[in-house]
Design a protein around this ligand. Structure first.
Ligand code: SF4
Ligand code: SF4
Length: 321
């Protein structure tokens, strides 16, 4: 895989600072049952990095000490961490809202037969990737048969009440473009998803999050291989909208890696750009137990233009929405 950091290191992206912490996003491991071409984590079945039980206890201690109200669990496929359920239960017990970044097909993996029931029982919000409502496009990006399996899993989640009005079980879908283009308008695409998935498969969901592909890791490397990296960076920079700076996710989120080290966001984690704190080369979550990170400078590079282009992009979809 081509390294993307040297290409984004020298940057004119504006300096920004943190606000109050609202969300702890924890990457519990890079192992995944899929190996999607756009994956910024470079996750896959052979990755072995996995958060330990001890580090998960530190995450729980941090949630208690900080009073953060949202835990966003990501991976890889986070459910493959053997302590995933322990983390969910502990967070829910202290009233923390839990989000699971679920790739859907994990529901059909051996040992995960009761996953939908578990997520239902603990009212976990599901954020599920479905990069298109057309089979051909999904399979090209995520692997053969993934679309069909995803549809089956969405139906299962619907049966448990996910996405159904009044159930309190939230099912949000995530779209990202197939190639080196900006995503379409979130609201319009959400309508298209609703119509297509509803009419064809009777599937319901709450919101569609539209994400911009980041020029890093697997997608960035693919751009380099195709000679499209500079062109894509120009596209992001030309679409820069300064008002999106106010709501980029790093303002109120901290990203934690599988060893417990902290970053301003998941993308910085993947680039190995630690959260800047007290001049230390890297900081562990346990060092921040009662720290107010407000006004701390955020580590920005050229990839940040991916968050501010057009309607903006974050783990909660378009910023302008
Ligand atoms: S399902 Fe998600 S984590 Fe797994 S390879 Fe695909 S994009 Fe990466
Ligand atoms: S990539 Fe986006 S979320 Fe991460 S530091 Fe840059 S602007 Fe913030």
């Amino acid at each position: 895989m081509h390294a993307t950091l040297p290409l984004i290191e020298v940057s004119d992206f504006p300096a920004i600072r943190r606000r109050g912490l609202a969300t702890l996003q924890v990457n519990v491991g890079y192992k995944c049952n899929q190996s999607c071409v756009h994956c910024h984590v470079n996750a896959g079945p052979t990755r072995t990095e996995m958060m330990s039980r001890e580090t998960l206890f530190e995450v729980i201690a941090f949630l208690k000490a900080s009073g953060v109200r949202t835990l966003d669990i990501t991976g890889g496929a986070p459910e493959l961490n053997p302590y995933f359920r322990m983390l969910v239960i502990a967070a829910r017990e202290i009233g923390v809202h839990v989000m699971d970044r679920c790739n859907l097909t994990i529901l059909e993996q051996p040992g995960q037969e009761d996953l939908a029931q578990f997520l239902t029982d603990h009212t976990v919000e599901i954020v599920a990737s479905l990069p298109c409502y057309l089979e051909e496009n999904v399979d090209r990006q995520r692997g053969k048969g993934v679309f069909e399996a995803s549809i089956r899993c969405l139906r299962t989640l619907n049966r448990f009440g996910y996405g159904q009005p009044g159930s309190g079980l939230v099912l949000n879908l995530v779209y990202n473009p197939q190639g080196a283009v900006l995503p379409p308008a979130q609201e319009k695409l959400e309508q298209d998803y609703n119509e297509h998935l509803g009419e064809r498969f009777r599937i319901v969901f709450n919101r569609l999050y539209v994400l911009t592909n980041m020029p890093i890791q697997r997608f960035g490397s693919m751009l380099i291989s195709k000679g499209q990296f500079e062109q894509y960076m120009d596209l992001l920079k030309n679409a820069y909208q300064p008002e999106n700076l106010e709501s980029v996710m790093c303002r109120n989120l901290v990203s934690v890696d599988w060893r417990g080290y902290v970053y301003d966001c998941d993308f910085n984690q993947m680039l190995g750009l630690p959260l800047a704190w007290k001049g230390k080369p890297r900081t562990h979550l346990r060092e921040l137990m009662s720290t107010d990170l407000r006004s701390n400078p955020i580590v920005v590079k050229d990839h940040c233009y991916g968050c501010t282009a057009g309607q903006g992009s974050s783990c909660g979809g378009a910023l302008a929405a």
